[in-house]
Design a protein around this ligand. Structure first.
Ligand SMILES: [Fe+2]
Ligand SMILES: [Fe+2]
Length: 331
């Protein structure tokens, strides 16, 4: 499992026999010199497959991630909140599109990736299988889920694969806006009526542990991490990133005036980090297996939206073919 938006479970990694073996030594030297791998460069088949899987799962997560918050666009408490939320959800669509485009530079077709999502062969981040029960959940998602995404994705700006790294630069700028809008929603609620404050606290209580799980299993239980680190795809281990997130978030929770649902959180002077309680990963594995509260609903919605959009894709293809014919006849 590759951290935030990649639930790395069981996709095949067999080398493609039709591809010429790359010059392994040259590839290793490129990585050692912190060089960027570009689409036309030779790369080991396993590197290419790993990136396709990770970028595709990241793209799927951005798209599926539109649903829990999209659920609140029509019920946002003010016109201002509605406009902000619409912009945020639209950003996530844009992130999905950059990422599908980045995956396509590795020689796959976006339609195939979408098909693999729809048939359950590729995953998306389990965090989006939790329901958004109240308006405060929109705040908690922005603050915690987008906050975890930033923690994971900032190092991806230095990922060894050029198109992925470059896509992440803009994505991270937008994620930082998302995180602040979530913080601001929670701040407003936490300084409102007692009922509003209780609603904000309840949302944080429900989203805290799932957010920590977004970083993936503990390091000693994450077999593919070492290889992704050697390839310069992953820059920090799951546990290092999780610690970084906790260290960033605890002082913010104090600024919000909200608690975190973990009595073991306390500053550890010796380590120079916050300690936190043990994570119950059995829940995460259940959600990954498809037994989360909203798995079936999210996928059904996604497939329906895709089917309903078929006429748009057909029309766009027909238009592109018509344009190509016109250009040809002029030439
Ligand atoms: Fe995003
Ligand atoms: Fe976001």
């Amino acid at each position: 499992m590759e951290g935030v938006y990649g639930n790395d479970f069981g996709t095949d990694q067999q080398p493609d026999p039709d591809r010429a073996a790359p010059d392994e030594a040259a590839f290793a030297a490129l990585l050692a010199g912190e060089g960027r791998v570009e689409p036309r460069d030779d790369m080991p088949e396993a590197y290419r497959k790993t990136l396709i899987r990770q970028i595709a799962q990241h793209a799927h997560s951005e798209i599926i991630g539109m649903q829990p918050e999209g659920n609140w666009i029509s019920r946002a408490p003010s016109l201002r909140r509605k406009a902000i939320l619409m912009a945020k959800v639209q950003d996530e669509a844009g992130h999905g599109l950059y990422l599908y485009a980045a995956a396509e530079t590795l020689g796959v077709d976006r339609a195939d990736l979408v098909d693999q999502l729809h048939s359950g062969r590729q995953k998306y981040s389990s965090i989006f299988n939790y329901p958004t029960l109240t308006w405060a959940d929109v705040g908690a998602i922005g603050w915690l889920v987008d906050g975890a995404a930033i923690t994971n994705q900032v190092p991806l700006c230095r990922c060894s694969y050029g198109p992925y790294a470059r896509a992440m630069v803009r994505v991270c700028k937008e994620e930082s806006f998302h995180q602040r809008q979530g913080f601001e929603i929670l701040y407003t609620l936490s300084h409102g009526t007692p009922e509003q404050k209780a609603m904000a606290q309840d949302a944080v209580n429900r989203y805290w542990w799932p957010s920590l799980m977004m970083f993936g299993p503990p390091d000693d239980d994450s077999p593919n991490s070492a290889r992704s680190m050697a390839w310069g795809i992953k820059r920090f281990s799951n546990d290092d990133l999780r610690q970084r997130f906790v260290d960033m978030t605890v002082p913010q929770s104090e600024a919000l005036g909200l608690g975190l649902p973990d009595p073991e959180i306390r500053w550890n002077d010796e380590r120079g980090h916050y300690d936190y309680g043990e994570i119950d990963f059995t829940e995460l594995f259940e959600v990954i297996k498809g037994n989360g509260p909203c798995n079936a609903e999210r996928m059904a919605h996604k497939r329906r939206a895709y089917d309903e959009g078929a006429w748009v894709r057909t029309a766009a293809e027909a238009y592109a073919a018509k344009r190509a014919r016109a250009t040809e006849s002029v030439a």
